[in-house]
Design a binder for this molecule. Structure first.
Ligand SMILES: Nc1ncnc2c1ncn2[C@@H]1O[C@H](COP(=O)(O)OP(=O)(O)O)[C@@H](O)[C@H]1O
Ligand SMILES: [Mg+2]
Length: 251
């Protein structure tokens, strides 16, 4: 039985060495609980993207293991890809369809689902991200925030338990950031495990229950956001300024 608070992602002694010898991830061990909302923060080059890519097997360990729901990603790539949905940094590169609905249907089509299931998942996912009114639009004409929500819909159509966002706020204006933050809040409230890699803590710090700082491929801080966040500047991360603070959101 899957229970909230079980370990859903387990990383043990993970080393990722690139062909040029750089250790993108340098012996990281960590466990993430089902239902958690985790921020991985760190300056450019600290290893965030490399680490996330191991969660669904886009990268393979040079040493160590990554398990999702107790099953090694390396041993069962298909399963990992179904459980872990990845919203990439560059929303444009994730767009594959000529229309909004074709784009969302792409994943379920690839899984060989029957047309009625594809159709119902596509409608459901677009409804969830608030893009139902744009089904036939060309993705190209969407705003930055809408494009990222489209990418989220594409991921949701696969019904993953875990949703990983890599730099979800890059190139978004303030309304776009707010839309994506609201999306994350809803998905977390519905029980998804959320992992966000960001060099900017401000938009999401109020949603997280855990904050991890990475530096040079290593975990340098890991704990409750209120305890870890004050050390941001020590590791090249911009301190929290109160943008969308907990208080602000309650008002
Ligand atoms: N394809 C690659 N070849 C060699 N080094 C790489 C490659 N991709 C990333 N790196 C290096 O690995 C480290 C971690 O990069 P990355 O995971 O992209 O960091 P972040 O996402 O935190 O900016 C950096 O030193 C980066 O230069
Ligand atoms: Mg990155």
């Amino acid at each position: 039985m899957k229970k909230k608070d079980d370990v859903i992602i387990e990383v043990v002694n993970l080393l990722h060495r690139f062909p040029d010898g750089t250790a993108g991830v340098d012996r990281i061990s960590l466990s993430i609980r089902r239902g958690a909302f985790v921020i991985m923060a760190g300056p450019n080059g600290s290893g965030k993207t490399t680490l996330l890519r191991h969660f669904n097997g886009l990268a393979m360990p040079s040493a160590g293991t990554v398990k999702i729901n107790g099953i090694s990603v390396k041993e069962n790539l298909v399963r990992a890809r179904r459980v872990v949905g990845m919203v990439f940094q560059d929303a444009d590169s994730q767009i594959v369809g000529e229309t909004v609905s074709e784009d969302v249907a792409f994943g379920p089509e690839n899984l060989g689902m029957d047309p009625s299931e594809i159709d119902s998942r596509t409608r459901w996912a677009l409804e969830k991200v608030g893009l139902s009114h744009m089904t036939d639009a060309a993705p190209h004409f969407l705003s930055g925030g809408e494009k990222r929500r489209l990418a989220v819909a594409g991921v949701l159509s696969m019904k993953p338990e875990i949703i990983v966002f890599d730099e979800p706020f890059s190139n978004l204006d303030y309304p776009g950031i707010c839309q994506v933050v609201e999306q994350m809040r809803t998905l977390h409230a519905e029980g998804h495990t959320i992992v966000v890699a960001s060099h900017d803590l401000d938009p999401v710090i109020g949603l997280a229950d855990r904050l991890i700082f990475l530096n040079r491929g290593r975990v340098v801080r890991d704990g409750e956001p209120a305890i870890v966040a004050p050390d941001a500047a020590l590791f090249g991360i911009r301190p929290v300024t109160g943008f969308m603070s907990q208080e602000e959101r309650v008002l």
